[in-house]
Design a protein around this ligand. Sequence first.
Ligand code: 2P0
Length: 344
Amino acid sequence: MSIYQATTSAPVNIACIKYWGKRNESLILPTNSSLSVTLSQDNLRSTTTARADPSFAADCLWLNGKVDPIKAGGRLHTCISEMKRLRAAFEAANPDQPKIASFNVHICSFNNFPTAAGLASSASGFAALVYALAKLYALPQTPEELSLIARRGSGSACRSLFGGFVAWDMGSDDATGLDSKARQVAPESHWPEMEALICVVNDAKKGTSSTSGMQRTVVTSALIQHRIGSVVPSRMADIESAIADKRFGDFAEITMRDSNQFHAVALDTYPPIFYMNDVSRAIIAIITEYNRLSEQPKAAYTYDAGPNAVIYTLTPNVREIAQLILYYFPQAEKVVIGGQEVQA
Ligand code: 2P0
């Protein structure tokens, strides 16, 4: 008897230019392009095992050990069906391959960090799911092609199919969405000094989910129209060029400005959405003061749909910034850099 099983993992990505708003809910087509940095594999990640077997009565998914229902027509269902469709096409083109496309699948996924706390767990989760199925099915599709399917699970997931610096081009084909996919801007090796310091302010599940929050923003915010039309297109070009030339000061300023504008757009939503809290704002003040001491910013804060801070900086500054945060928040449980705990 043959066993058809594959395991893979995908890291979290943290956006510098934020995705916030959909122009098509079912295809998950965004109102603006976005750009992120994928963390290295040994950091926050989802690890997923997928298995296909004729004895399975139904497709089933366990997230962190608990059954996560696969609703007909839901996002999980869409991703699994799309992957089975690709496998069926692969079997049709390669008659020597085992016929496993029609088997039900069991999928087990674990996050090594708090789920749904604004730490991009859906991004790594759907990327790992699509990648595990692609491996199980031995598919020839490129990460770019797979990003089209991960996108249908959660928009930001398409960016976790690549390492390094990754753009999600919004595309213009509203009928198929086939041009709304991820693209690697530069591999991790291009700028290995780039570091992300994750400050977990609160690891509870967030109050307003990204999906419902961004729906409300698109319907009620006037500011988002300005962001989509006048701000993001030039910011995308500017940050790609800053990454290409490794200009950290420009990268940092664009990243902080975009985080600020995303939270301004959340506040402009009616009723308003608050993702940051007093600790988040205190960290902004610390980084702002730290940057004032030098000509160019040496650190960039960014916040997603939650209060947790991610601070981008270059390797020589990581320890100093971690110590600064620990000085102001001595109650922090622990700070780990490269597997080693740091003292205040
Ligand atoms: C981002 N976020 O670009 C932005 C910044 C949150 C703030 O992508 O509805 O969980 O599943 O497509 O991908 C969160 O949005 O939303 C997100 P859905 P998703 O990382």
